[in-house]
Design a protein around this ligand. Sequence first.
Ligand SMILES: [Zn+2]
Length: 68
Amino acid sequence: MPPPTRFKIVHRVSGGGEEYATVHQTGCKTESGEVRWVDVHEAFVALSDGVPGCTYCRPEVELGLDVG
Ligand SMILES: [Zn+2]
């Protein structure tokens, strides 16, 4: 049975030491960093909470959150 995980949150530390996160679809490889695999619900909550979605794989579109 395949895992239900379809999204991931990548945590990175910027050059200034500031921590930030972005939401990605599973197959996206544009960001490297500490990865936390999440299910659809967690990805939805993260995006709703203001965690930015990746501009390449556009997880918010997959989740129907795209407002632009
Ligand atoms: Zn991405």
